[in-house]
Design a protein around this ligand. Structure first.
Ligand code: HEC
Ligand code: HEC
Length: 409
């Protein structure tokens, strides 16, 4: 199976709660890509004759995403994927779909501190936005081995600890629900014209189709984009001041949240290599030891490299006003609170099991030094972040749930 090492590493890691963290890789002599603080040198975009064409419109200034070798991407495949993404029959007990934890109106997050699986298991992490996942060099908050969407999809589908969709052990039953369904007959025939009718539909097809749909989730029509394209009135004066702050050397945000996707962790056609990036932002410093809480220590769990303690991938900030609560564990409720943590140069937790001063975390990135803001400056930065909301993306009918009852216009 393609990417099976990454998948088993991912599956090993979804196991949480018991304290002991399973590690699927990263022994001393196992070569791991440089996944640390420093992202490889900035993008060199080389004209690439073999660059794939992209069947969907891309916003101005967006590069063409890189499609894994040999992977097809057609409108028909993505449309089949849209149905599967939202179909609760894909979970063993028929209660949950990908779209249950990735809601379009919330930029494909779920609004919870951490997600809850189909059988009630509380996950340890906050559901991520799926906006522009086609550009991710690595998938999920902190896994340098999980590099493509197809491999990632195995985790919620087949993972058993915790159970999300809970397909393992129910494969035949679930495929039987989809095969021979008249909606899927037509969608499947269009997506896989060379395959036999739906009796052939298997999880390989399901994963290819869902991943194709995810590659359609492109967001690049926020007020900030329209402002950059020349519409002076698209954002407020406050947001313009906030933008200047965001890209300044005093506030440093752009070092990790730069690029067209507001994260430096990107990949696309024409880049010499994908650019993974993971940082410790000083959210924790349990007992002053530098540790993050045992339930989730970020990249360190996979690499066992002490320098990777508390390192997570900088998420895209597109649509961030609708993706709260924030951070890998949903432990920050509002954007105002996020800004105050950066202002302080790390989070102070005064009591409880996670008490400690994140500002003093020895693994914290030097790009999180702390700074002082006036109330007006704080409001400006917030106004900029709020101007990253792309309402076209949040309401685009072609990305919406086909099973939802029709609403009157
Ligand atoms: C129970 C809730 C839940 C379900 C169901 C679920 N997800 Fe997620 N999703 C999450 C959480 C939580 C994360 C963060 C996981 C991590 O970092 O380990 C995530 C992360 C992701 C990411 C990584 C995004 C990024 O920017 O790196 C992708 C892609 C994704 N999910 C796709 C899917 C697909 C496809 C399905 C259905 C097959 C699905 N999810 C089902 C909760 C869910
Ligand atoms: C050193 C790299 C780095 C710098 C500098 C940085 N960030 Fe972040 N940012 C991250 C990482 C990594 C995360 C996720 C951390 C986690 O979950 O533990 C994050 C998370 C966030 C989030 C939460 C997003 C979400 O979806 O949960 C916001 C908002 C944010 N940063 C805004 C900013 C702003 C504003 C600045 C400048 C003041 C800034 N960041 C500077 C790396 C950085």
């Amino acid at each position: 199976m393609r990417g099976s090492a990454a998948i088993s590493a991912a599956l090993a890691l979804v196991s949480v709660g018991g304290g002991a963290v399973a590690v699927g890789c990263g022994g001393p002599d196992e070569a791991t890509p440089d996944a640390g603080e420093l992202a490889p040198d900035a993008a060199v975009i080389e004209p690439d004759a073999a660059a794939p064409t992209w069947p969907f419109p891309l916003p101005p200034g967006f590069p063409v995403p890189r499609l894994p070798e040999g992977r097809a991407l057609t409108a028909e495949l993505a449309e089949l994927g849209r149905y599967l993404f939202y179909d609760v029959r894909l979970s063993a007990n028929g209660t949950q779909a990908c779209g249950s934890c990735h809601l379009q109106a919330r930029a494909f997050t779920d609004g919870r501190v951490t997600s809850v699986g189909s059988e009630g298991a509380v996950l340890r992490r906050n559901a991520m936005s799926l906006a522009n996942v086609a550009y991710n060099p690595t998938q999920t908050w902190a896994n340098h081995l999980l590099v493509d969407l197809e491999s990632q999809a195995h985790v919620p589908m087949f993972g058993e600890n915790p159970i999300e969709l809970g397909i393992t052990g129910h494969e035949d039953e679930i495929l039987a629900r989809l095969r021979g369904d008249s909606t899927y007959d037509a969608l499947f025939a269009a997506a896989f014209p060379d395959a036999a009718p739906t009796e052939e539909l298997d999880f390989g097809h399901v994963i290819l189709a869902i991943s194709a749909f995810e590659r359609r989730l492109i967001s690049g029509d926020s007020p900030v984009d329209r402002y950059r394209a020349g519409d002076e009135d698209a954002i407020s004066e406050a947001a313009k001041r906030g933008e200047a702050m965001f890209f300044s050397e005093t506030f440093e945000c752009h070092h990790c949240h730069g690029s067209f996707n507001f994260t430096i962790a990107v990949d696309h056609a024409g880049l010499a290599a994908p650019q993974p990036a993971f940082f410790n932002t000083g959210l924790y410093n349990v007992g002053g030891t530098g540790a993050y809480p045992a339930i989730d220590q970020g990249l360190y769990e996979l690499t066992q490299d002490p320098n990777d303690m508390g390192r997570f991938r900088p998420p895209t900030l597109r649509n961030v006003a609708v993706t709260g609560p924030y951070m890998h564990d949903g432990s920050v409720a509002t954007l105002d609170e996020v800004i105050r943590i950066y202002e302080r140069g790390g989070r102070l937790i005064e009591d409880g099991p996670n008490a400690g001063d994140g500002r003093l975390n020895p693994e914290k990135s030097p790009f999180v030094p702390g700074f002082t803001l006036t109330d007006e400056e704080r409001a400006d930065l917030l106004a900029f972040l709020e101007a990253l909301t792309d309402t076209t993306f949040l309401t685009d009918p072609s990305l919406s749930d086909p099973f939802a009852p029709a609403v009157a216009p």
